[in-house]
Ligand binder design. Structure first.
Ligand SMILES: Nc1ncnc2c1ncn2[C@@H]1O[C@H](COP(=O)(O)OP(=O)(O)OP(=O)(O)O)[C@@H](O)[C@H]1O
Length: 319
């Protein structure tokens, strides 16, 4: 066996059985990769375990948990060139979706076994690393409302329900956005700065596509006048994200830059990579090619048919 890796595993993430999930990971990876396994605890989080692994000089770091675990673990890996493996077991699994990494345990392990890596951009928001996006305004409210208990009960639905609740209390704020070459002032309900974003993060989808290795960040401003136009704007973003076309509404704007300084009045809560971070003002800088991640060899084929699992299923093949 020539490969080795440190596996950081959060037993409290997601809604599955952690013992079974760890056994599954070990049974797929251990025939080819010698694993040094560390479990996170309430006291010892993934960031501490990853820092120690980097100091030991490990060959690769694999993190398995929800987006919170992945985000904490990769902090220590930025700019080290140590390949980072992602095995998602959370509720939203936005990292996997944004980086086109499979989100089932079996396929994520196969991705790591294949050994192909790719450099992606990361960013720093103030001092905090960011791989996906920073949400100002609207998104912070949805993350706060999707609490642990709700996530356990409803999974992904908790985020959607929180979004609908948040939409009911649409708040506007004055925002000033400074890039390397402009200063923009406007009124907004949501400002999102994305390095990478899954299509489900609709508020980030102003541009036609968010490219995670172009050395740039994409900022989307959503500024609806009424609750009805907020719903229409969200739906428009959802549609344009699905078809890969840029937005066309007057109440949505977007721009690209390597750096953004953002201030708001009044202060707004900020969510980074799905976790509450603090409040504005923030400064976000892109770190081009700051993280090496294991990625699939070929884009996933989208199956055209799935029948297995249906109750009392019979399939008759016709001549
Ligand atoms: N052994 C443990 N027992 C209880 N909590 C833990 C343990 N290990 C880590 N944690 C906590 O788990 C949280 C991170 O969870 P994570 O985001 O990975 O999963 P999730 O909440 O299920 O996923 P998602 O963010 O997608 O909803 C951190 O707050 C961390 O302190």
């Amino acid at each position: 066996m020539s490969r080795s890796a440190c596996l950081i595993f959060n037993p409290a993430a997601g809604q599955g059985d952690p013992e079974l999930e760890l056994d599954q990971i070990r049974s797929i990876l251990e025939p080819e990769i010698e694993l040094d396994i560390y479990l996170t605890t309430e006291e010892i989080d993934a960031d501490e375990l990853a820092r120690a692994a980097v100091e030991r000089g490990v060959e690769a770091i694999i993190a398995s948990g929800g987006d919170g675990t992945l985000s904490a673990a990769l902090e220590a890996v930025i700019n080290t060139d140590i390949p980072f493996g992602i095995i998602s077991r959370g509720t939203a699994n936005a990292f996997a979706a944004a980086l086109s990494i499979p989100d089932t345990i079996a396929a994520a392990c196969q991705t790591i076994l294949q050994g192909k890596t790719r450099l992606i951009d990361v960013a720093y928001c103030n001092e905090r690393p960011m791989v996906l996006l920073a949400g100002i305004g609207f998104e912070a409210g949805t993350v706060e409302k999707a609490d642990r208990e709700a996530k356990n009960r409803f999974g992904m639905m908790a985020y959607i329900m929180a979004g609908i609740q948040e939409l009911g209390s649409l708040q506007k704020f004055a925002v000033e956005i400074e890039t390397e070459d402009k200063i923009i002032q406007t009124i907004a309900s949501a400002v999102t700065v994305a390095n990478a974003a899954p299509p489900t993060c609709v508020l980030a989808q102003g541009p036609a596509g968010i490219i995670f290795d172009d050395g740039l960040l994409d900022l989307t401003i959503v500024a609806p006048e009424t609750k009805a136009s907020a719903i229409a704007a969200t739906f428009h973003l959802f549609q344009t994200a699905s078809t890969g076309t840029p937005v066309e509404r007057d109440d949505i704007g977007y721009l690209r830059s390597k750096q953004f300084k953002i201030t708001t009045d009044p202060l707004q809560k900020v969510v980074i990579d799905g976790e509450i971070f603090g409040t504005t003002p923030i400064e976000i800088n892109c770190i081009p090619a700051g993280l090496r991640v294991f990625v699939p060899n070929v884009p996933e084929d989208i199956p055209t048919e799935k029948l297995e699992g249906l109750p009392n299923l019979t399939v008759e093949i016709k001549n």
